[in-house]
Design a protein. Structure first.
Length: 373
């Protein structure tokens, strides 16, 4: 596997072996000539939308304040000490999406989103830690990062932000455009803008097992089959009417133990769960969709591309897209698997697509999940 300038001339395998989930890595000029994927004005416009998650954070003499978007007004650019954070910029901007996709040496099932923060001089979110891996890529201006491997992750009580109470920096770096800092989970860090600056944060999904367990039980509720109804033909007279009978308890335990799940159940659950769009993601289909015939002619010439908002995954014979799943045969998989991996397909690759695949592509196109090449 080739070395990547993005990783400081490490191969992805070397990075994963030596740094991922283990220790920080500072990469000078990970992206030489780095330019911010969006302007400050464009970022501020995104923050006014109700389908974009955003926050405004200010700190005046130690008084931290946080306002959730939509952000209809921002402090003056001349005012020091404030930060605007916009999540999921990759979902609404193609350049931001292209930047995020440079990190696809990590599986899409783990890759979350690209957050962009703009801060005026002295702006930041305070010393904190994340529960997931993160790449902090400087896009514009300078930001000074102080980091620590400290085990004391006690938070200040009563704050609107999760700020570490006893942060003690062990290392310090000044990042300029193109520089990038990787931090593993639970690594304490504090980034402060030196003048106006913009930072791109590439974050990764790390769901808690509690979250997965609760979602899996909901998923299984639609698939379990326990026929019959409780009965007790040999019921004995009770001298303690308020006590749950032993027979009832044993019988229900026996029936509950019949609930089983296997690898396929977990595969389908995980694929649907991980590809499910976030609550603020909405799709818009074409105003005047092509007829099926014209659609087939057009994709034969132009190909197709997944929407920026679409998440498409697969495992074995199962394909998942935006929370839905279906099983496919080998021939159909040979078309859909490359689409999931490359997120685009040219017309030649679609030439041998079955009627079922073409029908699925047409439905996705009508729903706004898929665009013409």
């Amino acid at each position: 596997m080739k070395k990547l300038p993005l990783l400081g001339d490490l191969t992805p395998a070397q990075f994963l072996r030596d740094y991922w989930h283990k220790k920080p890595l500072l990469i000078r000029q990970a992206i030489p000539g780095m330019k911010a994927p969006v302007s400050v004005d464009a970022l501020a416009k995104m923050a006014t939308e109700n389908f974009v998650e955003s926050r405004l954070i200010t700190n005046v003499d130690g008084d931290w304040q946080m306002q959730h978007g939509p952000l209809t007004a921002l402090p003056a650019r001349t005012q020091a000490g404030w930060s605007m954070l916009v999540q999921g910029v990759n979902l609404v901007d193609a350049r931001a999406d292209a930047l995020l996709r440079q990190f696809r040496f990590i599986p899409d099932a783990r890759l979350d989103d690209l957050m962009i923060s703009f801060a005026t001089d002295g702006g930041g979110v305070g010393p904190h830690f994340d529960s997931y891996d993160v790449f902090l890529l400087q896009a514009h201006g300078k930001r000074r990062w102080r980091i620590s491997a400290q085990k004391d992750l006690t938070l200040v009580e009563g704050m609107p932000l999760k700020i570490l109470k006893n942060f003690v920096a062990e290392e310090e770096y000044l990042l300029e455009p193109g520089d990038m800092l990787y931090l593993p989970p639970h690594y304490a860090h504090d980034g402060v803008a030196e003048g106006d600056c913009m930072t791109c944060s590439i974050g990764f999904r790390s769901p808690s097992y509690q979250e997965l367990g609760e979602a899996f039980l909901q998923f299984m509720a639609d698939s379990i089959d326990l026929p019959g109804r409780y009965s007790d033909p040999d019921l004995a007279v009770s001298s303690k009417p308020a006590e749950i009978p032993r027979h009832m308890l044993d019988t229900v335990i026996e029936e509950m133990n019949k609930v089983r799940f296997d690898e396929q159940d977990v595969t389908i659950f995980l694929g649907e769960h991980l590809s499910e769009p976030k609550h603020n993601v909405f799709f818009t289909g074409p105003v005047k969709p092509l007829t099926m015939g014209r659609f087939i002619d057009t994709i034969g010439k132009r190909g197709v591309a997944l929407s920026l908002k679409t998440q498409m995954l697969y495992r074995g014979k199962h394909v998942f897209i935006n929370g839905e799943s279906f099983a496919v045969g080998r021939a159909d998989k040979s078309v859909l698997e490359p689409l999931a991996n490359a997120r685009v397909l040219d017309g030649a690759a679609l030439a041998g697509a079955s009627d079922d695949v073409v029908e699925a592509l047409y439905t996705w196109y009508q729903d706004g999940w898929l665009m013409l090449g």
